[in-house]
Write a protein that binds this ligand. Structure first.
Ligand code: BEZ
Length: 242
């Protein structure tokens, strides 16, 4: 794993289906970045993942997170493939560029290669990597899945929302937390009297030790999602070409 949490995410130039980018740091502006790789264009799992994350695009934008995909196919292939993804998602456009890393320079730099997976020419391809990078270009979250296991876009949103929320509030999200209005926890470092002033909804769970460390509060309203992140994609009814 080439990155630890808190490491600076490298700046790089890249080719995409939407044209060249000379600096990924500049492209991010003052936003966060969710970069996700996939093994190859025109493959079934990748298509459903990118369709779903495209549909969830406005939710990520609401969090101030820009999306970017990457694979080792070329920019023209990405542009063609996007038409399939649009049809599967039933949306008019895909709200992010796809990096064309044909020489695998970025995949190697970012530790995204999967030696177990090969393309038709026998060349190793990218795994399903995800990086969340904050506005100061620090790595906040890393995930590596093999090609044969599609990612949960619900989970990617959940983790991203948790990290955004807890970067702005002295809160933490408990096990199985979802962003649909579930209670969240006060971080252990915030003294109880301050927590009570800051969060009037606070409740403290009684435990045998008598220590008052399980402190639940309402989710900050700006992070509460009303609609599910993952709507159906395709559902057997992709619009026909033409
Ligand atoms: C897919 O995206 O469907 C896929 C890609 C590589 C290996 C297995 C599945």
């Amino acid at each position: 794993m080439p990155f630890n949490l808190g490491d600076t995410f490298p700046d790089f130039a890249c080719e995409t289906d939407e044209g060249p980018i000379t600096s990924i740091h500049e492209w991010m502006e003052d936003k966060w970045l969710l970069l996700f790789s996939h093994p190859a264009d025109f493959t079934p799992v990748c298509t459903t993942e990118l369709a779903m994350i495209s549909k969830a695009g406005p939710h990520f934008a609401h969090l101030g997170v820009k999306l970017m995909a990457l694979s080792v196919d070329g920019a023209a292939s990405h542009a063609d493939w996007k038409k399939d993804i649009q049809a599967v998602a039933n949306i008019p456009s895909i709200p992010f560029p796809i990096i064309a890393d044909e020489k695998r320079d970025l995949a190697v730099l970012l530790g995204m290669m999967d030696p177990e997976e090969r393309d038709a020419q026998g060349m190793a391809v990218t795994c399903r990597a995800v990086f969340l990078v904050d506005h100061e270009k620090k790595v906040k979250f890393v995930m590596l899945y093999p090609a044969t296991t599609g990612r949960s876009i619900e989970e990617l949103y959940r983790v991203t929302a948790s990290i955004r929320l807890t970067s702005q509030h002295p809160l933490a999200t408990p096990m199985n937390w979802t962003p649909y209005g579930d209670k969240v926890m006060v971080q252990p470092t915030l003294p109880l009297d301050e927590a009570k002033k800051r969060y009037p909804s606070i409740t403290v769970k009684e435990v045998p030790s008598g220590k008052q460390y399980i402190r639940m509060v309402d989710m900050p309203e700006e992070y509460v999602l009303k609609n599910k992140v993952s709507a159906d994609v395709c559902n057997g009814k992709c619009p026909k070409k033409g």
